[in-house]
Ligand binder design. Sequence first.
Ligand code: NAD
Ligand code: AHE
Ligand code: ZN
Length: 379
Amino acid sequence: DKGKVIECKAAVAWEANKPLVTETIRVDPPKEGEVRLKVVANALCHTDVYTLSGQDPEGLFPCILGHEAGAIVESVGPGVTSVQPGMYVIPCYTPQCKDAACIFCQSPKTNLCPKIRATQGRGVMPDGTSRFSTLDGKPIYHFMGCSTFAEYTVVAEISCAVVSEKAPLDKVCLFGCGVSTGLGAVLKTCAVEEGASVAVFGLGAVGLAVVQAAKIRKARRIFAVDTNPKKFEMAVQLGATDCLNPNDIPDKPIQQVIVEATTWGVDYSFDATGNVEVMRAALECAHRGWGVSCVIGVAASGKLIQTRPFQLITGRSWKGTAFGGWKSRTDVPDLVDQYMDGKLPIDHYVTHSFEGVSAINDAIHALHEGDCLRAVVSY
Ligand code: NAD
Ligand code: AHE
Ligand code: ZN
């Protein structure tokens, strides 16, 4: 079907806070520098739910959400050289253009390639138009440069991480966002060292991947904090040494509990909740003199973080991570290879599996239920 419009099923978000509607849509062929993908499996990340809820200032409707997927290249547009039809790819919302003139791609300090960020945030492809439309010709917005709640999607070539064709896409799709992010926050953004103490707030797939990576780095003590105690079993399996439910300790701020348990606080802390009060607690439980706190969670529109500046004066620092700091096209294939070699297990994050695009609403329901880490929908 190269060069032709494809009609296929997609779960369309028509408006905020409404269930997705399964529609037959039209997917245009890829233009210059673009790639059309057959999406094989999609895992639901909390961020999709957040945008659907209407709290994302960049949330545009109608759109096709989804950004944690495994796919096969269907066809490529003019000028595309790094992927070919049939290749296995993970679409990455943080692209990597690798241009010699891209100071971000050339810097080892960041993964935040800005090449297509502006149009991505406006829900369109780099030429300012959409490849998705309804059967009666109304355009549908893209999302995070991925839009994987559709059987076929179009993404930029620079958003495609080529991975092993032996990889099970219904598992390695997790490397498209949450699991990579939690792992990278520890291994890359904070470069946690052996023997460090760590606290992680929020034990969804992102926070649990923080625990898993802290264990890989041989952290000495790993505090796992969640208001949902169902999450503690997996946290302990992955290496948490102390599980804390703030609701069990109503008379003391959770940061105080962690500081008292460690004398001066933890070397590294991570927010994986998106709650700005929790971000403050995470900063304030960091070690006097050198503690680093990393924001991973995405807060709702209009929310601000706060703390006493004294917390920073006395040596704590606040940082954040997007996609765990991984340079997507370089690093994601490596993560997949480590998984394939049995060195980086991730199957435990897949708690729910469904079939067909229309089951994405079931995945959303599962993520809300509280015992779901990742719900994977195979198309
Ligand atoms: P999730 O919904 O599966 O997990 C969130 C967890 O936080 C749940 O276990 C919940 O019980 C817990 N929680 C909620 N309120 C809490 C509180 N007050 N104290 C302690 N725990 C609390 O979500 P996820 O998919 O793991 O994503 C986590 C966050 O990370 C989301 O905000 C998501 O948008 C964000 N995210 C950011 C990036 C990035 O690159 N920065 C990437 C992926 C996801
Ligand atoms: N659109 C939001 C910001 C959303 C946000 O911060 N997204 C994270 C990724 S969440 C993945 O599940 C991120 O990495 N952002 C960096 C980027 O370039 O988007 C808003 O506030 O406008
Ligand atoms: Zn995500």
